[in-house]
Design a protein around this ligand. Structure first.
Ligand SMILES: Nc1ncnc2c1ncn2[C@@H]1O[C@H](COP(=O)(O)OP(=O)(O)OP(=O)(O)O)[C@@H](O)[C@H]1O
Ligand SMILES: [Mg+2]
Length: 252
């Protein structure tokens, strides 16, 4: 039996009086792609952010490669260790617009990982080539399309060689005609065995690529299973309602 690469247990988060996450459990094995779906405001972003401490959970624990970290009380060292082994791809890319594409990717390697400049540049060039941007090393992000900018965001994540890459709705800020190029890069990563945790509304992508799908609503996992179980033959009424709402042709 493969031991999980990442486990979240009983993650709970409240903002003010609002309970946003009400005890979420999640498990990802090496090479798996776990997709989280759910209505706007259900807590997907908050959950993903708890994993690398962009949001500090009130209760719960994380186990990464066998090392358990208590989320509310994690020390700076523990947080740093988790951040070194994870990478985050943001909905709005979060690139530095005053730096070139290559610099955007080398920055985390040189500053975060203390990699010597020439090594960082080699790694960054490889990562950018993997996402099809080998002709864009020296341009500034504002000259790129949204799809290309998000591919820089993905290159920045893969350059770090993390244990798991976390994607928070990576295509939802894109014009529809640019979504495909980003999903194709993610399909390629999945085929290469990259471990990924993804929040997305791209249901057909999830059907093709996910090892497991979690439907969350109001901070609770309502249903989880294979893409077929959750997306094609959902058991729970709330899952059905959600799918009917986002997929006009969906009938169940
Ligand atoms: N920093 C914060 N302070 C207060 N409330 C917050 C904060 N971050 C998120 N929330 C609230 O938590 C709830 C869940 O937000 P979250 O962004 O996790 O949802 P989501 O499932 O990612 O939604 P979407 O699909 O729109 O991205 C929302 O009601 C939001 O307003
Ligand atoms: Mg979100």
């Amino acid at each position: 039996m493969t031991t999980p690469m990442l486990t979240l247990s009983n993650v709970y988060k409240k903002f003010g009086d609002n309970e946003i996450l009400k005890g979420i459990d999640l498990e990802i094995k090496k090479g798996e792609v776990v997709v989280v779906i759910g209505p706007s405001g259900s807590g997907k972003t908050t959950l993903l952010r708890c994993v690398n401490f962009l949001v500090r959970a009130d209760r719960g624990a994380l186990t990464l490669n066998g090392e358990r970290v208590d989320l509310p009380s994690a020390s700076k060292m523990e947080i740093l260790k988790v951040r070194r082994r994870t990478a985050f791809v943001f909905q709005n890319y979060n690139l530095f617009y005053n730096k070139t594409v290559l610099q955007n990717v080398t920055l985390g390697l040189v500053c975060g990982r203390k990699m010597p400049g020439p090594d960082a540049e080699r790694v960054a060039r490889d990562a950018l080539s993997r996402v099809g941007l080998s002709d864009k090393f020296h341009v500034y992000p504002k000259t790129l399309s949204g799809g290309q900018q998000q591919r820089v965001g993905i290159a920045r994540a893969i350059a770090l060689s993390p244990d798991v890459i976390i994607f928070d709705e990576p295509t939802s800020a894109l014009d529809p005609e640019l979504v495909g190029e980003v999903l194709n890069i993610m399909r390629m990563l999945a085929a290469d065995g990259t471990t990924m945790l993804i929040a997305t509304h791209e249901i057909s992508f999830a059907k093709d690529v996910a090892s497991k799908v979690l439907f969350i609503d109001r901070g609770v996992v309502i249903e989880e299973g294979t893409p077929n179980e959750v997306l094609t033959l959902p058991k729970e009424e709330r899952t059905k309602q959600f799918l009917r709402r986002i997929l006009p042709d969906y009938s169940i």
